[in-house]
Design a protein around this ligand. Structure first.
Ligand SMILES: [Zn+2]
Ligand SMILES: [Zn+2]
Length: 363
């Protein structure tokens, strides 16, 4: 066939026009609809939280008659903090939230030292010591006891013969001074602190003061905000702190386990999931069920703290030992008694919750 550019152009236009008319046909059979959030999964949607989409999104329904869902907003109960720890002070201050809401916040000031349980121990002294002499280490979703045997077996645990954290007598190399604890916690730790079990003691943090600002009444958002992975980049207002336990101890961002291990150090957490650094004070990287909590009369998991958006954080397991099911991406769910709330992650996860479903304070 003789090449005919005008014929090819014409065929091309037909293809393009056909494509256009197919798009128009799709729009005709799939009009944009409004969908209402069904956070409590009862099939009824929240008239105040909606989005528009062609097809039904997960967690949304066409119904908009759920008055319970929009009605159950549980304010923070500040009395839990002062009951859990007499050293905590709570005042009410004006604040602005990430969605622009001007509201009241609780300013919770804590010295970071819990009064409801001991701090430590973290590092056992000798490889013959049992689990009562050490704390825990979090790896691959599991919380391991840091007993003497764990330290003895580090080389095989991490499949790396550089690990050798004890001498010929089985005595474990443990940081002994505040300077040691500061130096060994430095991410650029020198070889001098290789194979040290890092332990910062409560006596190093006697003048710490930590302030948390959380909205008195949480404000649910339609989109979740995931945490900053570090302390938050320039201009970032997203918190990295996960929340605050009822005893005033911070639920911190994940411990930088890989940095700690790559320096051939171990910075264990105590059995309550906490350890100390001299800037931050005592803080949690895991919830192990040892901190002050409020049992729920209906057998729901106990209340253990609040997230930075003012939504309550409950323990992982209910009174029958069952994990909460049907959690959203943030580990949240809604019920009529507690409104929107989170369930904390397993201790080994080095995490508490994944994101904030409510507005948080902008400092
Ligand atoms: Zn830490
Ligand atoms: Zn729940």
């Amino acid at each position: 066939m003789k090449y005919n550019p005008s014929l090819f152009f014409c065929l091309g236009m037909v293809v393009i026009l056909t494509a256009f008319s197919a798009c128009n046909d799709d729009d005709d059979v799939c009009p944009t609809l409004t969908w209402f959030q069904d956070a409590d999964g009862d099939g009824l949607g929240n008239p105040d939280v909606s989005l528009t989409a062609c097809e039904q999104p997960d967690g949304y329904v066409a119904d908009n008659t759920d008055t319970d869902e929009s009605g159950t907003v549980i304010p923070v109960d500040a009395a839990y903090f002062t009951t859990a720890n007499a050293n905590i002070t709570v005042t009410t201050v004006a604040c602005t939230l990430s969605d622009g809401t001007n509201t009241q916040c609780y300013q919770i000031v804590s010295n970071s030292a819990p009064t409801d349980h001991e701090m430590g121990p973290w590092c056992p002294d000798n490889i013959a010591d049992d689990a009562s002499a050490g704390g825990i280490w979090l790896e691959g979703g599991v919380a391991y006891d840091v007993d003497g045997e764990f330290i003895e077996n580090l080389a095989s645990f991490y499949n790396d013969n550089t690990w050798q954290m004890y001498d010929a007598n089985g005595d474990i190399f443990v940081t002994e001074t505040e300077d040691d604890c500061i130096n060994a916690a430095n991410p650029n730790v020198g070889d001098a602190y290789r194979n040290f079990c890092v332990e910062c003691l409560p006596s190093y943090i006697t003048d710490i003061s930590t302030t948390f600002l959380i909205p008195v009444t949480p404000v649910l958002q339609s989109n979740a905000v995931f945490f900053a992975t570090g302390p938050g980049g320039p201009g970032s207002t997203v918190p990295s702190t996960r929340g605050v336990a009822l005893n005033g101890v911070e639920f911190s961002a994940p411990a930088p386990v890989n940095n700690i291990l790559s320096a051939y150090t171990l910075a264990p957490f105590d059995d309550a999931g906490g350890h100390i650094n001299v800037n931050q004070g005592y803080h949690y990287h895991a919830a192990t069920g040892l901190s002050y909590s409020i049992a729920q009369p209906d057998g729901h998991a106990p209340l253990i703290g609040y997230a930075m958006d003012g939504h309550a954080i409950y323990d992982l397991l209910d009174a029958n030992g069952n994990e909460a099911t049907g959690l959203d991406d943030c580990r949240g769910q809604t019920d009529d008694v507690r409104g929107y709330h989170y369930h904390v992650d397993a201790a080994g996860a080095n995490n508490f919750i994944n994101c904030l479903q409510g507005a948080y304070v902008i400092n």
